[in-house]
Design a binder for this molecule. Structure first.
Ligand SMILES: Cc1cc2nc3c(=O)[nH]c(=O)nc-3n(C[C@H](O)[C@H](O)[C@H](O)COP(=O)(O)O)c2cc1C
Length: 218
């Protein structure tokens, strides 16, 4: 079973659709976890997880530990908020702490990262890969990132007039003065970008091969 963790609060955003394509294309069983539907607290640093490899907080992370350990591969999907993995994803990553103690449970765990941002998806992809590899010794087999060029200012209703939003900041004053309309084609979809579709398909294949390789080793 492949466990895909969607950190986006959007139910049908680019990230959700990319994750669905990747897991379906593997042809394997999968489970999709939508972090925004769960109540997961931050790590409280009590370190009471050291003995048991499980957290003492009785929240929605508790049932995830066994599923992470059992999964053939873990896919972590952040979206970029304020230049970082968004809080749903970051909290999930923090709460993996119980799995890396005296009896670590993630060494060699096959993993992948799929990230969507406005324009900083590559940076956050690298940060999440670092987290999984360096703190948890996962074997990250690949990643895909997509920049949707879609800031929240395109949906808030004030994008063409607000002086504090993204458009006013990244355009010159002359460009912003001419910016009167936000049109549907400004909301990029990964399906319209063949290089991203191909990257998703390659990641499915790489995951499949890595899982098959591990199974063959027994
Ligand atoms: C509160 C907020 C902050 C954001 N900050 C950034 C940012 O700093 N850098 C960036 O690249 N994208 C930023 N974005 C854009 C999102 O990453 C982008 O909308 C992405 O498409 C979301 O993917 P989804 O539609 O799959 O949820 C931000 C979006 C929101 C809502």
């Amino acid at each position: 079973m492949i466990l895909a963790i969607n950190g986006s609060p959007k139910l049908h955003g680019n990230l959700q659709r990319m994750l669905e394509k990747i897991v379906r294309d593997t042809g394997r069983d999968y489970e999709m976890v939508h972090l925004a539907k769960l109540k997961i607290n931050p790590c409280i640093g009590c370190v009471k997880c050291a003995d048991s490899n499980r957290c003492i907080q009785p929240d929605d992370m508790a049932p995830l530990y066994d599923r992470i350990v059992a999964a053939e591969a873990l896919i972590v999907g952040p979206v970029v908020y304020f230049g970082k993995a968004n809080a749903f994803t970051h909290t999930f990553l923090e709460r993996l702490f119980p799995l890396r103690h005296v009896h670590p449970q993630t060494i060699g765990k096959l993993a992948a990262v799929v990230c969507v941002g406005g324009n900083e998806a590559a940076k956050v992809t690298g940060e999440v890969i670092y987290h999984l590899e360096s703190y948890f010794e996962c074997r990250v087999v690949g990643s895909v990132h997509f920049n949707s060029a879609t800031p929240p200012c395109f949906t808030c209703g004030f994008g063409t007039t607000c002086l504090y939003g993204g458009p006013a900041r990244w355009m010159t004053p002359e460009e912003f003065a001419q910016f009167h309309e936000i049109t549907p084609e400004m909301f990029l979809r990964f399906e319209d970008h063949p290089e991203i579709v191909t990257a998703c398909e390659r990641l499915s294949q790489d995951l499949n091969q890595a899982i098959a390789g591990l199974a063959a080793k027994g």
